[in-house]
Ligand binder design. Structure first.
Ligand code: LRH
Ligand code: MN
Length: 409
């Protein structure tokens, strides 16, 4: 029996000419991939505090994502990171994922750490002044594509830590050119139905220059590479007060948006829970996404949705439950915007009217809608309450131990 809150909200929305069944089906269809590296306690250079019961291998990571899928009905895929998640037995992993109704979203390469490869990435990878190191990094990305193909993934995410810490340390133009040539060599190996998601980041771990610091540099490289290469927007990869919704609109305008790494931040790349710091910004981003798709700027289906977060104080699974809910809420609120009336205000210069339309949608409590969509999809009433009432973390600790540690950051 739908809740009274849902019935009240439905009548209000129907009176405003909204189709509640259309909104419910859109919310249910919207699935977000969970990163394999966000299932354990993250850490900072100042330390890491174990949570206990962390997944000790890829199978257990898939089990945790399977649990999130069952409770929230908001995720149906995992994004793997290589070499943290190299499958020992591909067939066994595929069967495990299938049994949990999970697919493999974009694969992430890693040329920002040394993990026993021959040549160090200390001074860079695809942009390294040493061509043998560039080649090693290219080969690694090709290996990641091969692993992804064996698992059924259709995307390769490349994020480069490459850059410099001091003026003069690197040739900024040569580093950019070497990066392009290296990406070209990787792009040649990309299956025709795959996407290359090129992620930018202004700083960290390099603190003077980063080879791909912003959306402009990423889209410049992607356009030279070809149609399968597009720009990945990690919400935490922007300098303070950047208008991210404008970046999203500008990329959609060029059909250059690959997708998202959802998280939130107050200062830098804090990787905090999505919607926990700037929920209005997340809402405005979804307003641009819906507008861009409805106006035909870029197809909704062509965009990848992934979380990229790191948990220092929260239980990772509780954090992911909150993040999945916050993303669904931002999307649902944006679906309530009367875009026709908004366009009229924009065309007539009615600034006040335009803000009223956005605020009316943003200030609508859509949680009854998101819950109803979850229940209609077979999810539970409240995933967080269920997780706590069923003492799932305690059960995981008894199964996996207090100090089990997941591979990842
Ligand atoms: C870099 C980043 C990238 C991942 C890493 C785990 O900050 O956002 O997407 O490879 O985090
Ligand atoms: Mn990211």
């Amino acid at each position: 029996m739908p809740s009274s809150e849902f019935q009240l909200l439905s009548s209000i929305l129907e009176n405003k000419g909204k189709s509640v069944s259309d909104i419910l089906s859109k919310i249910s269809a919207f699935q977000i991939a969970v990163p394999s590296w966000a299932l354990g306690a993250g850490g900072t250079r100042f330390g890491r505090f174990s949570i206990g019961g962390e997944p000790r291998n890829l199978e257990e990571k898939l089990e945790d994502i399977g649990l999130l899928a069952k409770l929230t009905k908001k995720t149906d895929a995992v994004s793997l990171h290589i070499p943290w998640d190299i499958p020992e037995d591909v067939e066994a992993i595929k069967q495990k994922a299938q049994s949990l109704e999970i697919s493999f979203d974009a694969m992430n390469s890693n040329t920002f750490q040394d993990y026993g490869q021959d040549l160090t990435y200390k001074m860079g990878s695809l942009s390294n002044s040493d061509s043998t190191i560039r080649q090693q990094a290219v080969d690694h990305n090709k290996q990641v594509i091969e692993i992804g193909k064996s698992l059924g993934s259709k995307g390769l995410t490349v994020w480069l830590a490459d850059g410099s810490n001091f003026p003069g340390q690197a040739s900024i133009r040569k580093a950019l050119q070497w990066t392009y040539e290296s990406l070209q060599a990787i792009y040649k190996d990309l299956p025709s139905d795959w996407k290359l998601l090129l992620e930018y980041k202004p700083y960290e771990p390099n603190f003077y220059h980063t080879v791909i610091p912003d959306w402009g540099t990423s889209s410049f490289l992607c356009k030279q590479l070809g149609d399968q290469a597009k720009v990945l927007v990690d919400l935490g990869h922007h300098l303070p007060n950047t208008n991210i919704e404008q970046i999203v609109a500008t990329l959609m305008h060029q059909d250059m948006l690959a997708g998202f790494h959802f998280n939130d931040s107050k200062y830098g790349d804090d990787d905090l829970s999505t919607g926990s710091i700037k929920p209005y910004q997340l809402f405005l981003i979804f307003c641009e996404l819906i507008g861009g798709a409805e106006d035909g700027a870029q197809a909704w289906e062509s965009i990848s949705w992934m979380i990229d977060a790191s948990h220092n104080t929260k239980d990772p699974l509780e954090d992911l439950i909150q993040a999945l809910e916050a993303i669904a809420i931002a999307y649902a609120k944006a679906l309530l915007v009367d875009r026709e009336k908004l366009t009229q205000c924009q065309m007539s210069g009615d600034t006040v009217g335009a803000q009223e339309i956005l605020q009316d949608a943003f200030l609508t409590d859509v949680r009854p809608l998101v819950k109803e969509a979850r229940l209609q999809s077979g999810g539970v009433e409240s995933p967080l309450d269920y997780y706590r009432t069923e003492k799932i973390r305690e059960k995981l600790i008894s199964q996996r131990g207090k100090n089990s540690q997941a591979t990842g950051l």
